[in-house]
Write a protein that binds this ligand. Structure first.
Ligand code: NAG
Ligand code: NAG
Ligand code: NAG
Ligand code: NAG
Ligand code: NAG
Ligand code: NAG
Ligand code: NAG
Length: 370
């Protein structure tokens, strides 16, 4: 794996390696003191509440499994970031728009449902007026810079503070493709967005490093060809388009893999440019493919491609009758048997497995290189 070799060649100081080992292992070391995160609905822990109080993830059955009320998270329970925070022994990362500025030492979450890596103007210029928010990565980084004085005042103090912070950069970029794909725009056009999305992510990472970030975890895109929404929008009678093993749309998964490969190449370049940092690629794609390939092994007896909560249709996803939009749209009895929560987002059970895979993989990579 690209990341591993770049890591091996970067001669990390032993102390940092130990820091990662001690913490990602499962909260033993308690060495990370905070998490700062950027992203979209895969990571938003409640910013959406302060933006749009009619958004569907603020209504039941969202949150029914863990928080027992809708927190704004696009899930029945916890997200990957929640499991990561738990494993580091830290509290859930507070949404930026709801923070008390006097208590932000343990981290802040800037992720917003619907956010894109590229700015809203990029989509407007291309007639993709479907973009529901303008909380792009640039906006999220500006928020981070606004709270910076409350965290640290000098470059050396910031370096000290952020050395023990985990920066979670993403998942971001998925919506840059979702919006045009859901409008049935041509894939050749959407493919041209990929280098621009990667560039936006890379420049955000570099800016964070300049501000003192040392450990940056960067998730890739999920296998979108397995998503109930994509399977519904791109349903076809042509059996050849479906992977016989998983039932997912092959060409869409290839698209996600293309983004992920380009992202990994860029991360390898950044790692080489900044040898003192730990740039960790979080392989959400592979982690998820495991359960799309062997669902019953992971307890997904209800299905991998059918949404637990939705308004009917072959994959229980209907863009005009989405989960949370009306009390008439019910969730399945046991969400832990489903991969897909609402057709676009995954269930807590799936996010837990992804988080565990990421934490384990990161641990093994660092362990084998020590
Ligand atoms: C808020 O969310 C609702 C439900 O998804 C949507 O219909 C509405 O357009 C959103 N409002 C804004 C201002 O984005
Ligand atoms: C913010 O936190 C401080 C210290 O914990 C507390 O005294 C203050 O009341 C809080 N402010 C709000 C608006 O919650
Ligand atoms: C986008 O952001 C600007 C500035 O923050 C704000 O004034 C505007 O209302 C936002 N637009 C939308 C559609 O949310
Ligand atoms: C930074 O400086 C400002 C203004 O002097 C002060 O209010 C703030 O508490 C300082 N922040 C930290 C983290 O020291
Ligand atoms: C803080 O870290 C940045 C990035 O590594 C570095 O360029 C800068 O010199 C450091 N500042 C201090 C005061 O050590
Ligand atoms: C977004 O695009 C989809 C697919 O074309 C369409 O059904 C939907 O109405 C659009 N939403 C908005 C807010 O324009
Ligand atoms: C999707 O939901 C709308 C609104 O409830 C309904 O009119 C339509 O028939 C549904 N489509 C499918 C395929 O079930």
């Amino acid at each position: 794996m690209a990341f591993c070799s770049s890591l091996l060649s970067s001669k990390l100081p032993f102390i940092k390696l130990f820091l990662l080992l001690a913490t990602l292992k499962g909260g033993v070391g308690q060495s990370y003191t905070s998490v700062f995160s950027f992203g979209d609905s895969l990571t938003d822990t409640g910013n959406i509440f302060f933006i749009n109080q009619s958004f569907q993830s603020l209504f039941p059955p969202y949150g029914e499994t863990f928080f027992h009320y809708p927190t704004g998270r696009c899930c029945n329970g916890r997200l990957v970031i929640d499991f990561i925070a738990e494993s580091l022994g830290l509290p859930f990362v507070q949404p930026y728009l709801g923070i008390n500025i006097t208590s932000i030492e343990e981290g802040v979450n800037f992720a917003v449902v619907g956010a894109t890596a590229l700015d809203a103007s990029f989509f407007e210029e291309r007639g993709i007026d479907n973009v529901s928010t303008n909380f792009s990565l640039r906006v999220q980084l500006d928020w981070f810079k606004q709270i910076l004085p409350s965290l640290c005042n000098t470059s050396s103090k910031c370096n000290e503070t952020f050395e023990r912070s985990l920066f979670l950069m993403g998942e971001i970029g998925g919506n840059d493709y979702n919006y045009p794909f859901f409008m049935l725009r041509n894939i050749e056009e959407i493919q041209t967005f990929v280098p621009l999305v990667i560039k936006a992510i890379a420049s955000a990472i570099k800016e964070l490093i300049d501000l003192g970030a040392v450990t940056v975890m960067v998730p890739g895109n999920l296998p979108i060809g397995c998503s109930a929404a994509y399977l519904t929008y791109y349903e076809t009678a042509d059996k050849e388009e479906y992977d016989p093993e998983t039932g997912c749309l092959t060409w869409l998964n290839k698209f996600a893999e293309y983004h992920n490969e380009e992202l990994q190449k860029e991360l390898t370049r950044i790692q080489a440019l900044y040898p003192h940092t730990n740039i960790i690629y979080a392989n959400y794609y592979n982690a998820a493919m495991r359960f799309y390939r062997s669902p019953t092994q992971y307890g997904f007896t209800g299905g991998t491609r059918t949404a637990c909560c939705g308004g009917g249709g072959p994959y229980n996803y209907n863009a005009s009758a989405e989960c949370g939009q009306s009390p008439l749209i019910r969730a399945c009895d046991d969400p832990s048997q489903y991969v897909s929560w609402d057709g676009i987002h995954l269930t807590e059970a799936a996010y837990r497995l992804i988080a565990n895979a990421i934490l384990e993989e990161t641990y093994i990579q660092y362990h084998s290189s020590s």
